[in-house]
Structure formats: C-alpha cells, structure tokens
Design a protein around this ligand. Structure first.
Ligand SMILES: Cc1cc2nc3c(=O)[nH]c(=O)nc-3n(C[C@H](O)[C@H](O)[C@H](O)COP(=O)(O)OP(=O)(O)OC[C@H]3O[C@@H](n4cnc5c(N)ncnc54)[C@H](O)[C@@H]3O)c2cc1C
Length: 342
C-alpha cells in the first residue's frame, strides 16, 4: 500500500472500497472513492461524540471553504472545529485520532486553494480561535497561532516594539506565518521568532527553538511533520511608536500601489525561483491578464492570480499549470506554486 493509500485509509477508515492518485507534472490530483453512507455515519458519530463530551467546543457543519479562504474558492468542509484553547485543541486531536480522522488545519486561509468538491472530513480552523497575546519581558511577546499577523504587529507597535513591521500587511495568521516562514520587504518570521509552540496529532504540546523550527525560504519544519503551531514568541527591539507606525504605513502604501488587493487572491501564486522573480518571468512571457475561466494573472502584479468572479479551483490549477509550462518553455525556469493546493 503506498503512502497516499495509507493516508486515505487513515482519513476515511478501513471501509474505502477504492482509492487512487494521479499526477500531472507538479499538480497532484487525488481522487477518493468512498462509501458515502459509511463516511457520513462516521462524521455524524464524531460530531455527536464532540457535542456530548465537549459541549463548549465550537463546531460548524457544512461550511463553504469559499467563506474561509482569501481566494473565495472551495466547496463545503464537512465539519469545522474552532478550538479556543490549547486544551480544547488537544482534546479534539485525541478524539479525531480515536475516530480515525485526520484533520486538516486552516489559519486565515490566505494561502490555500480549497477543492471545488469540498473537504470530506474535519477542518480545524485556528483563526480568531487561539487568540491570545501577551508581553513576556521588555523585548518579547508571545502570540497564539490564530492571531492575525497584522494584529500581532499592531500589538507590538503599541508597546513600542519594532521588528514585525514587515508582517503588518501579510493577511495570514501567526500560525500560518510560522508554517511557511512568511516574509515581505526584507523581513521574515525567522528573523524575529525565537521559539514556537507546536502540538502533535496525539494532542501533546511542546516548545521548539528557532533552530528546531527549521526556517528557510517560505518553509519551516512544521511543513515536514504532522504538527500544529499553537503559539510563537518574538524577540523585538524597543523603538519609538511613531517610527514603527510610519514604517508600517509606508509598507502598506507600497503594497496597495503594487498589488491587486481589491480582488480575491492568495498573494504570490508562485515561489521565487532560484534565478529571477516569478512576476518578472511571467510578465516577460506576455502572460499578464491571461485567463482561465474566472481566474486570471493579475494585470497589476503578474505574480498574483486573482479570482475575477466565479473562479473554481480547477480554473486556478489549470491556469497555474499553463503559466508554469509557458514560462518553462520560454525561459527554462520551472515555477512552483507557493499557494497550498488542498
Ligand atoms: C493579498 C495577499 C498578500 C500576501 N502577501 C504575502 C507576503 O507579502 N508574504 C508572504 O509570505 N505571504 C503573503 N501572502 C500569503 C499568506 O498571507 C501567507 O503565506 C500567510 O503566512 C498564510 O497564513 P494563513 O494563516 O492564511 O495560512 P493558511 O492559508 O490558512 O494555511 C496555509 C498553510 O499553512 C498551514 N497552517 C496554517 N495555520 C497552521 C497552524 N497553526 N499550524 C500548522 N499549519 C498551519 C495550512 O495547513 C496550510 O497548509 C499574501 C496573501 C494575500 C492574499
């Protein structure tokens, strides 16, 4: 049994009659053929088990992922849980394990392309759920994973602590920012993050040092392990509040003038290649405005794929593939998606 089949079994239990995976270049399509009645029964049982044993846990049934992602794309998540404390998250993970469910984790949904067919299982949404912020000492703040990076940056600014200005305009959560070492305008999470708190799928939490967090360009060790980020600590520099606010304002102005913030997107669609910049390469191939269905390469910033209205995940995937192929054919450089394709 290959790894994908194993995952399918873990996700849906032993009763799956068939399961197969196909690949086309770097885009992977996963097709699950499951027994819907048995699966529904499993989810219903799980929902009732949570209701009975942890009534305070916030659960939402059949949630459109288009409501939870900045792309405004995606079918229904069968069940969404929003744990408000680490204890709730730990309980939820243990319960999911007992029920042979493998939840997926969502932050602010600003770097995710959710499938048109929805997510047949459990989504744990941390945005605004794990929402604590505290100052630990004159230089250090601790922020829970569901806090937006903008809120963390403003909190630090109000304390007269600089270093998170770069993160102010990144629309994700701190958990999502740690997961992929988010960065902008010369700053990255790894520059200021000293420790991260993670929880494994058995519901055990622990702290990792910056080294153990394994940060590199748009990557951290969290991507390579079944971990959930629950908090992070940032070591910052005391600076005049007005200076910090001016810097944040300057970066927001830059962003507004260069990025299509008025349209739904997931930010830069492709990672920066070894040589050059994705946006410049796409532009040089004349692909600004290139459209598939409701998805298009932004006219304002060629690195962004935008939803012009009614775009599907299939439109976006097809567009990403075609852009990558054209750029490869014309420049020999292969662009890889930065957006996480679920
Ligand atoms: C307009 C716009 C501008 C952007 N500009 C930038 C930019 O300048 N720089 C930049 O780096 N990015 C940018 N992004 C992309 C995005 O905001 C960042 O990648 C951000 O870090 C994603 O955080 P999120 O909470 O939205 O993660 P999500 O999109 O919710 O999730 C992304 C991935 O992280 C995982 N994840 C999320 N939270 C956790 C957690 N707590 N524990 C474990 N895994 C988790 C998810 O499973 C998923 O695989 C931009 C996006 C938009 C829409």
């Amino acid at each position: 049994m290959n790894e994908s089949m194993e995952r399918g079994r873990r996700l849906f239990g032993e009763e799956i009659p068939a399961f197969f995976v196909a690949s086309e270049g770097w885009v992977w399509y996963t097709v699950y053929i499951i027994h819907p009645e048995e699966f529904m029964l499993k989810m219903t049982e799980f929902y009732e088990y949570c209701r009975e044993n942890l009534p305070d846990l916030e659960l939402r049934l059949a949630q459109p992922m288009s409501k939870y992602t900045s792309f405004r794309i995606g079918g229904n998540a069968e069940l969404m849980a929003l744990p408000k404390t680490e204890e709730e998250l730990s309980w939820l993970l243990r319960a999911a394990k007992t029920h042979a469910l493998e939840p997926v984790v969502l932050g602010a949904g600003t770097n995710v392309l959710a499938p048109d067919g929805g997510i047949p299982g459990l989504v744990i949404c941390l945005k605004d759920a794990l929402a604590g912020l505290e100052q630990l000492d004159p230089h250090t703040i601790r922020v829970q994973a569901g806090v937006t990076m903008a809120r963390a940056a403003v909190y630090a600014a109000n304390l007269g602590l600089g270093g998170l200005e770069f993160a102010h305009g990144i629309p994700g959560s701190v958990g999502g920012g740690v997961y992929m070492n988010a960065g902008a305008y010369g700053g990255e999470i790894k520059d200021v993050c000293t420790r991260i708190r993670i929880m494994d799928r058995a519901g055990q939490g622990r702290w990792l040092t910056r080294e153990e967090a394994g940060f590199s360009y748009r990557h951290s060790a969290v991507e390579d392990h079944p971990w959930i980020v629950t908090a992070a600590e940032f070591s910052l520099e005391p600076r005049p509040v007005s200076e910090i606010r001016d810097k944040m304002q300057e970066l927001i102005t830059k962003r507004r003038s260069s990025q299509p913030l008025e349209l739904p997107s997931a930010g830069s669609a492709f990672k920066r290649p070894q040589t050059g910049y994705a946006a410049a390469l796409i532009d040089s191939c004349g692909l600004k405005g290139f459209q598939v269905g409701g998805a298009a390469v932004s006219e304002k910033h060629a690195g962004f794929v935008v939803n012009l209205g009614g775009a599907t995940a299939a439109d976006v995937q097809s567009l990403l593939r075609q852009v990558s192929d054209r750029v490869f054919a014309e420049t020999g450089i292969r662009l890889e998606p930065e957006v996480r394709i679920w």
